[in-house]
Design a protein around this ligand. Structure first.
Ligand code: DX5
Ligand code: ZN
Length: 220
């Protein structure tokens, strides 16, 4: 299981120290939530903060664009150090999604597509053999600290089946409300990458990450 702690929940008054703990925690990725105040009712950080993280952490930079104009922001965050750009299916036409995946790959980054809780996994079908990752949101995007939406489990399982039938090696990432219990649910349903913010940046970062690293799917 790949763990990608969301730095939305990092305690910024202690950024350097928290990041050093994160680097030593066993996490392989860092999840960076970009919100524009339009696609979601919240506003987070820009490319300069990602550049700062790149100066103090070698973790894989997993950038989640919750923005209405991912074509504009993709280049900005790739140039700021993003290794993966995940954008939302809901904001682009099918044709533009094909184009943006191609463009992100041409810029040398990995491409992911995310869907909100109410968006059907069928919308991902045209991209199963193009995107590197699919992000199933298990909370309504916009804020950390929300409760895992149980219906996400069947969406993960349905996407897992679609990927297998399409012979796709794309990863399934799950994001929102992940803790010791819900991580097991997501893993059993077929998740490959778990995002966790409030569960990790609570008290002991290393302990929380290690508890998630140990999660294995019980029946696969
Ligand atoms: C929500 C973000 C998530 C969030 C996860 O819009 O996309 O990545 O930070 O936070 P927790 O793990 O606290 O639900
Ligand atoms: Zn996210």
């Amino acid at each position: 299981m790949i763990i990608s702690p969301s730095v939305l929940s990092l305690h910024y008054e202690d950024m350097k120290n928290q990041t050093e703990q994160l680097n030593a925690s066993g996490a392989e990725w860092m999840h960076f939530d970009v919100m524009d105040g339009h696609f979601v009712p919240n506003l987070t950080f820009g490319p300069d903060i990602l550049k700062a993280f790149c100066r103090i952490s070698d973790l894989f930079k997993d950038v989640h664009l919750m923005v209405t104009d991912p074509e504009f922001f993709a280049d900005i965050f790739i140039d700021a150090g993003a290794d993966l750009i995940t954008f939302h299916q809901e904001v682009l036409s099918e044709e533009k999604i094909h184009g943006l995946i191609r463009h992100i790959h041409e810029k040398g980054a990995k491409a992911g597509i995310s869907i909100k809780p109410k968006t059907d996994t069928e919308t991902l079908r045209p991209f199963l053999n193009e995107a590197d990752l699919f992000l199933i949101m298990s909370v309504e995007p916009g804020f950390g600290g929300q409760k895992f939406i149980p219906e996400a489990a069947e969406k993960i399982a349905s996407l897992k089946k679609m990927l297998k039938e399409a012979d796709s090696g794309a990863l399934i990432q799950v994001d929102g409300g992940i803790n010791g219990e819900t991580a097991q649910t997501a893993a059993d349903a077929g998740a490959d990458v778990l995002v966790a913010g409030s569960y990790v940046f609570r008290d002991d970062i290393g302990k929380a990450v290690k508890s998630l690293c140990m999660i294995q799917p019980s029946s696969r």
